[in-house]
Design a binder for this molecule. Structure first.
Ligand SMILES: Cc1ncc(COP(=O)(O)O)c(C=O)c1O
Length: 405
């Protein structure tokens, strides 16, 4: 697949002074088709979907249904009604966590390298409702410890209610064997919720094949618009979930003293929707659907190998995760120890136009637990990045490390 040609689709990459944008784990760049879809909404029919029956309303209703159907196909959902539009993956995870009913002592298992969005909701439930949140430790190289996980499931016994894990970690790019994790969770009578924020943009994700119960994802990490995310859930589970955003759109009808909830997904989409975002989501999914996702993954690993090779040879820094870049996808996350991560990230941009992320990447718990308070510097590649950009990052990073050492 000629990914270099794809750069022409992205306004920021057509610019002759285009930066080497390597912060894709945070948010990806957007192609013309996505930007045009947003423009189209505001210029050709800025109405309200799902309610008004005039031409604007009907156009938006049809367009948002089409976007939902595209997402359903992309994830291989059983029905488009299993796809809920949300603001972001965080809202999706909160919808699952706060939409279920809990009893004191119910066990929820996560790993020790979760994004705050898949940690804080569970900590909140522990504080407020007395659930028992337990953390499964990873192996020393940060990879998932299936045996430790199975032992934790057995230890929780009949109290185990939910396993909630990231598919791919934003800290290190490590991918969990979700199919096996799901089987073990189900064998122990628990549900499994997968944080797919870092997997759905980068690989084929088939929710039926994975045999999971919920998946949260971020459209803005999938070439889509800001302010858009999604939740996929098994229909019968969604149908038993309490909405965390009750109001307009979420009921069939209401009386002064009672109501009838709407069926999913409407029950979870309270209030006026982000219609331009929903339309642009359809454009983003069209864009990704035309790519070979296996080739996307290979391209990212190829670029990561270039970055990792140089970084591995440097004193004073360490790559988080296994040596082999193939186990870290497009993410090269570098533990900075005594070096100033933010200063180096600023320098990379100012000196060479290389954009990366620095800090603790919303995985504070992992850094706090290990005393790595300086955080990491994370370069994250996507299909449109080039080998030249990966080399530019590696060379400039090497110079910066030497300058600050
Ligand atoms: C693994 C992971 N989970 C959750 C999130 C939160 O995503 P969102 O910003 O869409 O809420 C992120 C964002 O970086 C992430 O990388």
């Amino acid at each position: 697949m000629d990914f270099r040609a794809k750069r022409e689709d992205f306004p920021t990459l057509r610019d002759e002074n285009a930066p080497a944008y390597l912060d894709n784990a945070c948010v990806t760049l957007r192609p013309d088709s996505v930007i045009n879809a947003i423009h189209e909404y505001y210029t050709t029919g800025p109405g309200c979907g799902g309610r008004s029956v005039h031409r604007y309303g009907t156009k938006i209703s049809q367009a948002t249904s089409a976007s939902r159907a595209k997402l359903g196909t992309f994830l291989n959902a059983r029905s488009n009604n299993e796809v809920v539009f949300t603001r972001n993956a965080t809202q999706s995870l909160n919808q699952v966590a706060h939409g279920m009913s809990w009893e004191k002592g119910d066990v929820v298992l996560t790993t020790d390298r979760e994004h705050n969005s898949n940690l804080v909701p569970w900590l909140q439930l522990e504080q407020e409702q007395g659930i028992d949140h337990r953390v499964v430790a990873s192996r020393p190289d940060n990879t998932f410890d299936l045996e430790a996980f199975e032992a934790a499931c057995a230890d929780a016994g009949s109290k185990l209610k939910m396993v909630s894990v990231s598919h791919v970690g934003n800290l290190d790019g490590i991918c969990l064997p979700i199919k096996e994790v799901a089987k073990i969770a189900h064998d122990h009578g628990a549900l499994i919720c997968v944080d797919g924020a870092q997997s759905t943009p980068h690989m084929d994700v088939d929710v039926q094949d994975l045999d999971i119960d919920f998946m949260a994802f971020s459209i803005h990490k999938m070439c889509g618009p800001s302010g858009m995310g999604g939740l996929w859930g098994r229909y019968e589970l969604l149908d038993n979930l309490r909405t965390i955003q009750a109001g307009g759109q979420t009921v069939q009808t209401s009386h002064y003293d009672s109501l009838e909830w709407a069926a999913p997904p409407a029950r979870f989409e309270g209030g006026l929707g982000h219609f331009s975002g929903m339309m642009a989501t359809g454009a983003a999914i069209d864009y990704l659907s035309a790519l070979d996702m296996n080739a996307v993954q290979e391209q990212e690993i190829k670029l990561n190998r270039i970055m990792s090779k140089t970084v591995r040879g440097l004193d004073g820094v360490d790559i988080i995760g296994p040596e082999d870049a193939a186990q870290r996808g497009g993410i090269c996350s570098i533990l900075m120890h005594e070096l100033p991560a933010h200063d180096i990230a600023l320098l990379l941009d100012e000196a060479a136009g290389v954009m990366v992320r620095s800090g603790q990447h919303c995985v504070h718990s992992w850094f706090n637990n290990r005393g790595h308070l300086n955080g990491s510097l994370r370069a994250s590649a996507y299909f449109y990045n080039t080998e030249e950009e990966a080399k530019l990052f590696a060379d400039t990073f090497e110079e910066a490390v030497q300058a600050f050492s």
